[in-house]
Ligand binder design. Structure first.
Ligand code: AHR
Length: 308
């Protein structure tokens, strides 16, 4: 009987402690795929029943997903909001149903901040400032910049643009001569960069590219090479995320710098959910930190990150 019971336990799944809905933006970048993976595997390790929904970049899909999570009566909702505004109504519905909402990686602008519990994310304004400071130092404050913006209306694009501008505005010989959204994708970055190069005499007037993420920078690198210029030398490149592919590009001398955005948000997010459900009071923003990386450590970073 003992052996039979043990065998039965081995095949009977243990009931999940919690059910959590996760509304993800999509899979526009390597960084986003890593974030999804982190949240899915942390849920699995903790025996959490995760209801995952991919919004394919559309806020209306995220709103639908949230309503479905509410209807299913989940214990908590994780939301990675594609844009900043337009969330008040659906978050009010969650609150009315007493379902706590946790924001990951991007922020929202709502009239009433009690509509969400906390945001687990980095400081995008700081990232922009760090990129601006690196470029100012590298060019002695003299540089004409092409900016590849992230998704229009996203907190990541708005704040990274703002932080960067805060710094370069201090230098009279630094200016943004071209700025457009590449939607955080590699193909978007390539397409927009091609149009910048065309408009700027084949790129001769561009000193540097500031890209709101690594994937767009990787697309820009291709466009610069195809235009017969050397990325990282003829045109400097700085971007944000710290994905393995950008370290590979650094090792190959194709880009200059990347600011890390932590993608392993699974454990901090579920820690926050657990603490909240146990009655703890959480800060409104649980900040993650990232560093600036340069080619000197690219090889070890690439090896470390691609084996994770
Ligand atoms: O919100 C974070 C940003 O979204 C990342 O920098 C980018 O790669 C992603 O798609």
């Amino acid at each position: 009987i003992g052996m039979l019971a043990a065998a039965a336990m081995a095949v009977t799944p243990i009931a999940s402690a919690l059910t959590v809905g996760f509304s993800q933006i999509g899979s526009e970048s390597g960084w986003r795929t890593a974030e999804t993976q982190s949240i899915k595997s942390a849920a699995q390790e903790r025996n959490i029943d995760l209801k995952f929904s991919d919004a394919q970049q559309k806020q209306e899909n995220q709103i639908k997903a949230l309503r479905s999570f509410i209807a299913q009566g989940v214990d908590a909702i994780i939301l990675a909001p594609v844009v900043e505004t337009g969330w008040d109504q659906v978050l009010r519905e969650a609150k009315r149903s007493k379902i706590p909402v946790f924001l990951v990686d991007r922020g929202v602008k709502v009239r009433d901040n009690s509509l969400y519990v906390t945001k687990i994310a980095s400081d995008f304004v700081e990232e922009g400032r760090l990129a601006g400071a690196w470029l100012a130092a590298k060019t002695s404050g003299d540089c004409k910049i092409a900016e590849l913006q992230g998704t229009v209306g996203s907190s990541a694009a708005i704040d990274r643009k703002k932080g960067f501008a805060d710094v370069i505005d201090l230098f009279p010989r630094m200016s943004i001569i071209r700025s457009q959204s590449g939607d955080f994708t590699r193909s978007g970055g390539k397409k927009v960069m091609e149009s910048f190069l065309k408009a700027e005499h084949g790129g001769k007037t561009i000193c540097a590219v500031y890209s709101h993420n690594d994937d767009m920078a990787l697309g820009a690198i291709q466009a610069i090479q195809e235009a017969g210029l050397q990325p990282s030398k003829d045109i400097l490149i700085i971007s944000i995320d710290g994905v393995p592919d950008i370290f590979k590009a650094m090792m190959e001398g194709q880009t200059n710098a990347s600011i890390e955005l932590k993608s392993d948000l699974g454990n901090p997010t579920f820690d926050a959910i657990k603490a909240y459900l146990a009655g703890d009071k959480l800060p409104k923003w649980i900040k993650t930190q990232g560093n600036l990386y340069l080619p000197d450590t690219a090889k070890e970073e690439y090896q470390r990150r691609s084996s994770m």
